[in-house]
Design a protein around this ligand. Structure first.
Ligand SMILES: Cc1ncc(C[n+]2csc(CCOP(=O)(O)OP(=O)(O)O)c2C)c(N)n1
Length: 381
């Protein structure tokens, strides 16, 4: 007898199958963690950062969060076209970038825009990139959130998932051949571990001991695909074993654990001992981008569980408990950052569109005769 075909899912009602409690992470017992949710520290794993560094990490996370919040508001107001929020993932980017040297290169994926800001990309230039105006270094040629900042050794990302891995590994190999004392950090999301570049990048890096750290922000979702449907492995970190590469699974909402793991991995790469794979376990609390509505495919209970593990509040609790932060400090910081972001928005929005001739610049070293002819025809119209 023919089997009755399964009822077709109505489009827009794709709730992922759930096997565990909302927000529960598989294999969480084997995860590097330093800073607990109550703000206390594991003294055996504490990287022992000075108070000024902790305050700097905190201030950076607060700035990144406010920038992120305001950019989403600008998008909803129609002032920018698109935005990929990182709410809840601040510690993963801030902790890992802070652990690198300024000369190290960063090959970001979609959620590491904060790295460009940390490397000195002015806020208003980042906003200009989202608008695509004259202050934008790419003159509107890239999608929003695809920042570039060469002076800060921050590479403009390719939108194609997973390619950042092979770009980073290639750059690391180039650095080694040139004798440059740099480590390359290559970022990816959990979805990228299913892309073919993951295999080529991981394999090549391990075989040739490329001086890189490959960092996966496992934020549990690749647009609407949950990690349980992305990979049958219990953890993503264990995938590195097959390539003969050391790996660490890290609580990605714990800025100190992220810092400690990245520092150690970068040191290993710098002294010629090859790459490390880091799985930073975190959570994408908002949509994939401003064009996505996650309520169509995931449970609010899961989001609520992750809100309890907020990376920014966790570090604030620690600073408060150590007597290094007060309500007045918090208010002062929030006011200062709000003013900074407001001013940056004002500056970015004051710029006009890119100059017309930028249509044909940066394409070839010299515009070709055909391109020039097309441009003149267009001007004449
Ligand atoms: C090769 C490729 N396939 C599909 C896409 C469309 N796409 C854009 S983002 C994305 C999901 C990425 O998920 P993940 O790697 O987990 O990173 P996250 O966005 O969660 O940070 C997909 C499938 C793409 N950009 N490139």
């Amino acid at each position: 007898m023919a089997r009755k075909s399964a009822p077709r899912r109505k489009s827009g009602s794709r709730k992922a199958p759930r096997k565990s409690a909302p927000g529960q992470v598989a294999g969480s017992a084997r995860m590097l963690s330093v800073l607990k949710e109550d703000g206390s520290l594991d003294p055996n794993r504490d990287p022992g950062l000075p108070t000024e560094t902790l305050l700097h990490l905190y201030e950076t996370m607060v700035r990144v969060r406010e920038f992120d919040r305001r950019m989403l508001v600008l998008q909803r107001q129609g002032r920018i076209g698109f935005y990929g929020p990182i709410l809840g993932q601040e510690a993963a980017t801030v902790g890992s970038v802070a652990a690198l040297e300024d000369r190290d290169w960063i090959f970001p994926a979609l959620r590491e825009g904060a790295a460009a800001l940390m490397r000195g990309l002015p806020l208003h230039v980042a906003i200009a990139q989202l608008i695509g105006n004259d202050l934008d270094r790419c003159k509107g040629r890239q999608m929003p959130c695809h920042y570039t900042f060469k002076e800060g050794n921050y590479y403009g990302m390719s939108s194609v998932i997973g390619t950042q891995i092979s770009h980073a590994v290639g750059a690391a190999m180039a650095a080694r051949l040139r004798g440059d004392d740099v480590v390359v950090a290559g970022y990816m999301g959990d979805g990228a571990t299913s892309a073919n570049d993951f295999h080529s990048g991981m394999n090549f890096a391990a075989v040739y001991k490329a001086p890189c750290v490959l960092i996966c922000q496992n934020n549990q979702w690749a647009i609407s695909v949950p990690i349980s449907m992305q990979s049958a492995s219990e953890t993503l970190a264990m995938k590195a074993d097959a390539y003969g590469m050391p790996s660490v699974r890290v609580d990605g909402n714990d800025v100190l654990a992220v810092y400690a793991a990245t520092r150690e991995a970068a040191q290993r790469a710098r002294q010629g001992d090859g790459p490390t794979f880091l799985e930073l376990v975190t959570y994408r609390r908002l949509g994939h981008s401003s064009s996505d509505d996650p309520s169509r495919y995931r449970d609010e209970a899961e989001v609520a569980a992750w809100e309890q593990r907020d990376p920014v509040e966790r570090l604030r609790r620690h600073l408060e408990q150590a007597g290094n932060w007060s309500a007045d400090d918090e208010q002062g910081l929030q006011d200062r950052i709000a003013a900074e972001v407001n001013e940056a928005i004002r500056e970015a929005e004051a710029a006009g569109p890119p100059a017309r001739e930028t249509l044909i610049t940066d394409v070839f070293a010299e515009p070709t005769p055909g391109l020039l002819a097309d441009y003149r025809d267009w001007l004449a119209d």
